[in-house]
Design a protein around this ligand. Structure first.
Ligand code: IPM
Ligand code: MN
Length: 396
């Protein structure tokens, strides 16, 4: 019997609500497959910091690094919650793990499911049919504009002395200046770009023409970091002659993303551009209630919905749990590949199928035009998942 150790980090706000649904999914899996789970649910985040003075209990980073087979995160961020240094309280959790575990590829699939309308207003409903939006944005996750904060959070998470960038002087600027360096390295770019080309191999190409295409999105007409990123993109592309190369500056990409989403298959981009464009891209798939993500390194994986903690909606049982449930599916898919465990892969497919089925029905949360609660949608996914698993996966 295979057992997996999971670190569950509910975090703040609706992160806690959707984590409850993830837990239900995991117990359905446990009860209907040969797998078992060791679950460690760790209180954490900005609210937890305000209440206890710590972002998470001591040893949590080490648990995630040394014990957990996979990490599931809800959301981080609570109004007014800042650490002594003025940084995001809970940053040790989300950014400390991204940096400290070298989770360099932030994988954010954007797919419009059957039965879901995108959220662009106007009469585009007929133009964009399900199937016309099916891309994955790969966001570099360990450097770029996030580098300083990532580094400080990884230091805090591991009890190390905090790194600060050295002095800089900016000619022509007077008075108080705040700044963030934006380093982009060859190593950091190579690994994430190669990851994007590898993922492209396992997909079906762009909806518009079925071609396998990796689009490099940057601002190489302006920044040196992007010039390096772009140069490395072209170097790596030579290793994949069957994949079509493609490039867009981030400003133009923002336009093309909305005008012609069917063009895109795999997109690879530096950290902050990926952060911004994936919120934008979520409207193409029905909103943040659907958007799931994986933070992947060579040895660790952390899975989380793209949405934030939405304090206003916390505890109200209104949030769409699908983004979290699809993140659980991404987790099983990754566990399957990493451990060569076909049961995990089959579980991932079964969750995905259940999500598909729920989204084409009418028990939906408010963001998709329904009036069902978080837990009702979660229960329905669980019910369908249970049927799927019984059909497809023999209990050992
Ligand atoms: C995300 C979030 C985080 C980020 C925040 C909470 C630090 O917006 O995962 O996209 O900026 O990366
Ligand atoms: Mn974001």
């Amino acid at each position: 019997m295979t057992s997996y150790t999971l670190a569950l980090l509910p975090g703040d706000g609706i992160g806690r609500d959707v984590m409850l649904e993830a837990e239900k999914i995991i117990s359905v899996v446990e009860n209907n497959t040969p797998l078992s789970f060791q679950i460690n649910k760790i209180p954490c985040g900005g609210k937890h910091y305000l209440e206890t003075g710590e972002e998470w209990p001591e040893g949590s980073f080490e648990f995630c690094r040394d014990e957990a087979d996979a990490i599931l995160l809800g959301a981080i961020g609570w109004p007014g919650a800042k650490t002594e240094s003025g940084d995001l309280a809970g940053g040790s959790v989300i950014l400390g793990l991204r940096s400290g575990l070298d989770l360099y590829a932030n994988v954010r699939p954007i797919r419009l499911y059957d039965g879901v309308n995108h959220k662009i207003h106007g009469n585009f409903q007929q133009v964009w049919k399900p199937g016309m939006v099916d891309m994955v944005i790969i966001r570099e996750n360990t450097e770029g504009l996030y580098h300083s904060l990532l580094r400080r959070c990884a230091d805090a998470a591991q009890g190390r002395e905090t790194w600060e960038p050295g002095e800089m002087d900016f000619p022509g600027l007077d008075g108080e200046v705040a700044w963030d360096p934006r380093p982009i390295s060859r190593h950091g770019s190579e690994r994430v770009i190669r990851y994007a080309f590898e993922i492209a191999r396992r997909r079906n190409g762009a909806p518009v023409d079925g071609k396998t295409r990796v689009t490099c999105v940057d601002k190489s007409n302006v920044t040196r970091g992007c010039q390096l990123f772009n140069k490395i993109y072209h170097e790596i592309a030579e290793e994949y002659p069957d994949t079509e190369t493609d490039h867009a500056y981030i400003d133009a990409f923002s336009m093309w993303l909305v005008r012609q989403p069917e063009w895109f298959d795999v997109v690879v981009t530096p950290n902050m551009f990926g952060d911004i464009s994936t919120d934008l891209a979520s409207v193409l798939q029905g909103g943040m209630g659907i958007a799931a993500s994986a933070n992947l390194g060579d040895s660790h994986g952390m899975f989380e919905p793209v949405h934030g903690s939405a304090p206003k909606y916390a505890g109200k049982n209104t949030t769409n749990p699908i983004a979290m449930i699809s993140s659980v599916s991404l987790m099983f898919d990754w566990l399957g590949t990493k451990n060569n465990d076909p049961t995990c892969t089959a579980i991932s497919d079964s969750i995905e199928q259940a999500v598909n089925q729920v989204l084409s029905g009418d028990k939906l949360t408010y963001d998709l035009g329904g009036s069902a609660g978080t837990s009702e949608v979660g229960d329905l996914v669980c019910q369908i998942l249970e049927e799927n698993l019984r059909k497809h996966i023999p209990i050992a």
